[in-house]
Design a protein around this ligand. Structure first.
Ligand code: TPP
Ligand code: SF4
Length: 292
């Protein structure tokens, strides 16, 4: 048993579980955590209706501090695990907590395919533009030319634009928000959970330790609210124009449309969730014979 599991076991025995957050002072994860809890409460659904899937990262460490049903998955694999749970019990509200590295790097193909399927999962991407848990290597959203531990001469690749990708790849709810604006992020999280189908909020998350340049002050100078730009979230074309801006960083709801979610189109799920079905009469013997 490793140190972490021993500590967890001890804290359960001493009734001090869940742990208090271990994030650094000034980390944007505190604000996302607060917004998530309030955003879930504001949906008015009972707590047990939620299942949270955590990726590996500073973001995913939230698994230790939360009191919802949850699954701390492998790095980059929170997305398919969440989809599996949703298809097994489509009455659950499924949320993924993931970093930009896990979502757009290791989990990149899952990210693309969840959107295509309009899987009814809410992605909260803690986008700090670094692989922070492993001490600040460049991630897919790191600005070109940035010096990090893994790019001492400056990163060579262009930064990936997750909002533009989502707009062009059939996502049905696409938003970007700034972590420290808790009231605004809370409302957006409630709205995303209530959306039927795939929803993503790319959350700009300050990481003062490994990304001091993109500080609170830097963001405050760069951000504009989409609603102040007269943006209406019903046109992919308009959303695209906002997503590729370089003069400013727009936050808000870029695009939303109503479309059937994946689970709503699977005939086997029409009679109710798979988890409610009896498996007594199911015999997979013949299927297994084919693999012998
Ligand atoms: C497949 C795999 N690759 C790499 C790692 C090592 N690893 C663990 S956490 C992490 C960084 C996570 O960065 P990110 O997803 O951006 O989350 P953050 O820590 O910034 O919240 C890495 C590279 C791993 N555990 N598994
Ligand atoms: S390293 Fe960065 S992301 Fe991780 S806890 Fe510290 S401030 Fe937050």
């Amino acid at each position: 048993m490793d140190v972490r599991s021993t500590l967890r076991k001890l804290s359960i025995m001493l009734k001090t579980y869940p742990f208090n957050p271990t994030w650094c002072p000034g980390c944007g994860n505190f604000a996302i955590w607060a917004s998530l809890k309030q955003g879930i409460a504001d949906t008015k659904y009972p707590k047990e209706k939620f299942a949270l899937f955590y990726d590996v990262g500073c973001s995913g460490d939230m698994a230790d501090f939360n009191q919802y049903y949850g699954f701390h998955t492998l790095h980059g694999r929170a997305l398919p695990t969440a989809v599996g749970a949703k298809l097994a019990n489509h009455e659950l509200k499924v949320i993924v907590i993931i970093g930009d590295g896990g979502c757009y790097g290791e989990g990149g193909t899952h990210f693309l395919n969840l959107m295509r399927g309009n899987h009814d999962v809410t992605l909260l991407v803690h986008d700090n533009h670094r692989y922070s848990l492993t001490t600040g290597q460049m991630s897919p959203t790191t600005e070109k030319g940035t010096k990090t531990k893994s790019t001492p001469e400056g990163s060579i690749e262009e930064a990936l634009n997750p909002i533009a990708i989502a707009i062009s790849n059939h996502a049905t709810f696409i938003a970007r928000e700034f972590a420290p604006d808790i009231p605004r992020l809370t409302q957006r999280i409630t709205q995303a959970i209530n959306h039927t189908g795939f929803s993503i909020i790319d959350i700009l998350q300050p990481c003062p330790i490994f990304n001091p340049k993109q500080s609170h002050e830097w963001y405050r100078q760069m951000l504009v609210k989409l609603e102040d730009e007269n943006h209406k979230p019903n046109s992919r074309e308009d959303a695209w124009k906002q997503s590729v801006r370089i003069d400013k960083l727009p936050i808000g709801l870029f695009f939303q449309e109503t479309k059937p979610a994946y689970h709503e189109q699977v005939s086997e799920l029409k009679e109710g969730p798979l988890v409610n079905k009896s498996i007594e009469t199911i015999d997979i013997g013949n299927l297994i014979k084919n693999f012998r």
